[in-house]
Design a protein around this ligand. Structure first.
Ligand code: UT7
Length: 334
C-alpha cells in the first residue's frame, strides 16, 4: 500500500473579468444584492470567440501543474477529469487533454459530480495510487458555464453565481502512510437530483423535442432551489468535515487550512463559525471567481499554495457539496 500526495498544482482563469455591475447591465440585479447574498464581486467568463473551453482550460492548468511537479507529460499514467460542462456530449474532456498534452495513450476518465467533482476525482485517483496500479495521475477540474447561462432577469438567481475556470494537480506515490491524502469521504442523496439540475438536452428529452415544444422549454438552463440547496449544504459540509476529522483522530483545532467548495461565502462563513475557525484557517476566493463548480476546490487549493499558506505538514481539509446531491471531503497532511 501507498499513500498519494500532490506534487504539482496549476490553475487557469480566462482573462475576461465580469463584475456585478456588468451583470446589472444584462439583467435586473445589483452589486449590493450579489455581494450580500453570495460574497461575489466578480467572476471570469470566457470571451466569445477565444479558444477556451473546459478541455482547453483544463489543459492549460494541467501544463502548469505538470511543470511544477517536475515531471513530463509522458510520466503521467492516468487522467481523471471532473466537469459538468464538457466540450462534447461524448467523449469526455479527459481524452481531449490526453491529446492536447501529447501524452502516451494512457487511460482517461471523466467524472460528472458537479460541485463535488474535484473531491470525487481526487478520491478516485487516490485509490489507484494506494493500490499501486498507477504512480502519477493528472487530476483536473474545469468548467465553462458562461455559454449555458440564462443572462436575462429570469435566470438571475443562478447566473450571477457561476464563473469559468480550471485547476489541476499531479498526484503521485508517497511511501510514508502518515503523509499525503489520509482519507476521502464521499456521499450522495439522489432524491434531491432535481433541486439543482440542467435537465436537458438529455437522451430522454433530445434537441428536436426542445425545439418543437409549443410552450417555452427552458430545461437547458440550470435550475436551482437556492434556499433548499443552501440549507442542505451547511449540514452536509459540517457532517463530512467531521467524518474526515474523526477518521483521522483529528480535532477541529488541528485544521490548518479548510478549503471549502466556493458555493457561497455565507456557507463558508457558517461552517467557519460552526467549527470555531479563525479567518486564516479558511480559504475563500469566491469574491474573485464566483462558483466554478468542479474547478473551485482545485483553483482555491492552487491559489492557497501559491500564497504560501500550505507547507510541509500543513493539515488541509477539502470539502464540497453540490448537485446530486453529492458531497465529500479529503483530509491531507501536506
Ligand atoms: O455550488 C452548488 C451548491 N450551491 C449552493 O450551495 C448555493 C446555495 N444557495 C444560495 O447560495 C442562495 O440560495 C442564492 C444565492 C442562490 C440565493 O440567495 P437567497 O438569499 O436564497 O435568495 P432567494 O433566492 O430567496 O431570493 C430572495 C429575493 C427574491 O425576491 P423576492 O421574491 O424576495 O422579492 C429574488 O427574486 O432576491 C431576488 N433575487 C435577486 N435580486 C437581485 C434573486 N436573485 C437575484 C439577483 N439580483 N441576482
Amino acid at each position: 500500500m501507498y499513500n498519494s500526495k500532490i506534487i504539482g498544482l496549476g490553475k487557469y482563469l480566462p482573462e475576461q473579468v465580469v463584475t456585478n455591475h456588468d451583470l446589472s447591465e444584462m439583467m435586473d440585479t445589483n452589486d449590493a444584492w450579489i455581494q450580500e447574498r453570495t460574497g461575489i464581486k466578480e467572476r471570469r467568463w470566457i470571451r466569445k470567440g477565444t479558444e477556451d473551453t473546459s478541455a482547453v482550460m483544463g489543459a492549460k492548468a494541467a501544463r502548469v501543474a505538470i511543470e511544477r511537479s517536475g515531471l513530463k507529460p509522458d510520466d503521467i499514467d492516468f487522467i481523471v477529469f471532473a466537469t459538468m460542462t464538457p466540450d462534447y456530449y461524448f467523449p469526455g474532456c479527459g481524452v481531449q487533454i490526453q491529446d492536447m498534452l501529447g501524452m502516451q495513450t494512457v487511460g482517461a476518465l471523466d467524472i460528472r459530480n458537479q460541485c463535488s467533482g474535484f473531491v470525487y476525482a481526487l478520491s478516485v485517483a487516490d485509490q489507484y495510487i494506494k493500490t499501486g496500479m498507477y504512480r502519477n495521475i493528472l487530476v483536473v477540474g474545469a468548467e465553462f458555464h458562461s455559454n449555458g447561462l440564462d443572462k436575462s432577469t429570469r435566470g438571475r438567481s443562478v447566473t450571477v453565481i457561476f464563473g469559468d475556470g480550471a485547476g489541476a494537480c499531479v498526484l503521485s506515490r508517497e511511501k510514508n502512510l502518515n503523509k499525503g491524502i489520509l482519507s476521502t469521504h464521499l456521499h450522495s442523496e439522489g432524491k434531491y437530483a432535481e433541486k439543482l439540475t440542467v435537465k436537458s438536452p438529455s437522451i430522454k428529452h433530445w434537441i428536436p423535442e426542445i425545439l418543437s415544444s409549443k410552450e417555452e422549454d427552458l430545461s437547458y438552463f440550470p435550475y436551482m432551489d437556492g434556499t433548499f440547496v443552501f440549507k442542505n449544504a451547511v449540514v452536509r459540509f459540517s457532517e463530512v468535515i467531521r467524518e474526515g476529522l474523526l477518521k483521522n483522530k483529528l480535532d477541529k483545532e488541528d485544521i490548518d487550512l479548510l478549503i471549502p467548495h466556493q458555493a457561497n461565502l455565507r456557507i463558508a462563513q457558517f461552517i467557519q463559525k460552526k467549527f470555531g475557525l479563525h479567518d486564516d484557517q479558511v480559504f475563500n476566493n469566491i469574491m474573485k471567481y464566483g462558483n466554478t463548480t468542479a474547478a473551485s476546490v482545485i483553483i482555491a487549493l492552487t491559489e492557497a499554495w501559491e500564497q504560501g499558506l500550505i507547507k510541509e505538514n500543513t493539515n488541509v481539509v477539502l470539502a464540497a457539496f453540490g448537485s446530486g446531491f453529492t458531497w465529500g471531503s479529503v483530509i491531507i497532511k501536506w
